[in-house]
Design a protein around this ligand. Structure first.
Ligand code: CO8
Length: 264
């Protein structure tokens, strides 16, 4: 399915391609871009498209209006019993795994509220840039549940268990500046500069070897779940793969010839 055809089918998310960046805008403003089943279906379709489309080199995720994503859809979840809750969490987890595992860089440009599943969505991206208006939180405990779209696992892995427990146990929102201090976001920028900053960061990533990015992402994401000895083995195996690629020839030839490498 091409971009136009996919775009025409989407109701909760907008997509466009600009300079090889797929810009994905969460777009259910009447519900603060909350994640209902249809939105998760659409995210699956979009990331399937992004994985296959050669003209997409990287993805930026952002939101329309006051929210990035204000969490799972509470209206949809209210009637759920135990099994429904588990199943829905599983579906959201598989969606976010797909985002985390895509072999292309993904930047979250967090424009506003990133709460519950919204904070967890940003955690499945490689890099988070926040508008000064962004607010992060895991308010699930105020609803009598726990973060379950990966939040109890990805948040402490990113910012450490101390700050993660503070966020998860209190349910309180934290400002963009506080999120920067925790290491939850890489950078805070003026609201009007958010997308430009995300695009500029992506443009820098596009200058280097896409094959190296793919293997670096795999090494960081999968190696982090292994003990150090096995993680280093894994890293060694991946650099072996790098040495077999054309990108390695291009990169090292360019350096030795005092030229800029022309990857892709
Ligand atoms: N789900 C559904 N609707 C929502 C959500 C949501 N998460 N967030 C906001 N809305 C709706 C509001 O109900 C309101 O609708 P209406 O206009 O029909 O009354 C509309 O969006 C606008 O919201 P507000 O009037 O509240 O706007 P404010 O600017 O006053 O406040 C906030 C904005 C701060 C974002 C506020 O709406 C809020 O706190 N939202 C809920 C945040 C939250 O608790 N998120 C966590 C949800 S749980 C989760 O994400 C993970 C759990 C997964 C469990 C899954 C297993 C089944």
């Amino acid at each position: 399915m091409g971009l136009q055809e996919l775009s025409a089918k989407l109701e909760c998310i907008k997509i466009e391609v600009e300079n090889n960046i797929l810009i994905v805008t969460m777009n259910r403003p009447k519900a603060m871009n909350a994640l209902n089943s249809q939105t998760l279906d659409e995210l699956h379709a979009i990331f399937d498209f992004a994985a296959k489309e050669d003209e997409v080199y990287g993805i930026i995720l952002t939101g329309e209006g006051k929210a990035f994503v204000a969490g799972a859809d509470i209206v949809q979840m209210k009637p759920y019993k135990s099994e429904d809750g588990r199943d829905y969490a599983g579906y959201a987890q598989s969606t976010f795994d797909k985002i985390e595992d895509i072999e292309k860089p993904v930047i979250a440009a967090v424009n506003g509220y990133a709460l519950g599943g919204g904070c967890e969505l940003s955690l499945s991206c490689d890099i988070r840039i926040a508008s000064e208006k962004a607010q992060f939180g895991q308010p699930e405990v105020t609803l009598g549940i726990i973060p379950c779209f990966g939040g109890t696992q990805r948040l402490p892995r990113l910012i450490g268990p101390g700050f993660a427990k503070q966020m998860i146990y209190s349910g309180k929102f934290v400002s963009a500046e506080e999120a920067l201090r925790y290491g939850l976001v890489n950078k805070v920028v003026a609201h009007e500069d958010l997308l430009a900053e995300a695009k500029a960061m992506m443009a820098d990533i596009f200058k280097v070897s896409p094959v190296a990015i793919k293997y670096a992402k795999l090494a960081i994401n999968k190696g982090g779940d292994l003990d150090l000895t096995n993680a280093l083995e894994f890293e060694k195996g991946l650099v072996g793969l790098c040495f077999a690629t054309e990108d390695k020839e291009i990169g090292m030839d360019a350096f030795l010839n005092k030229e800029k490498p022309a990857f892709r």
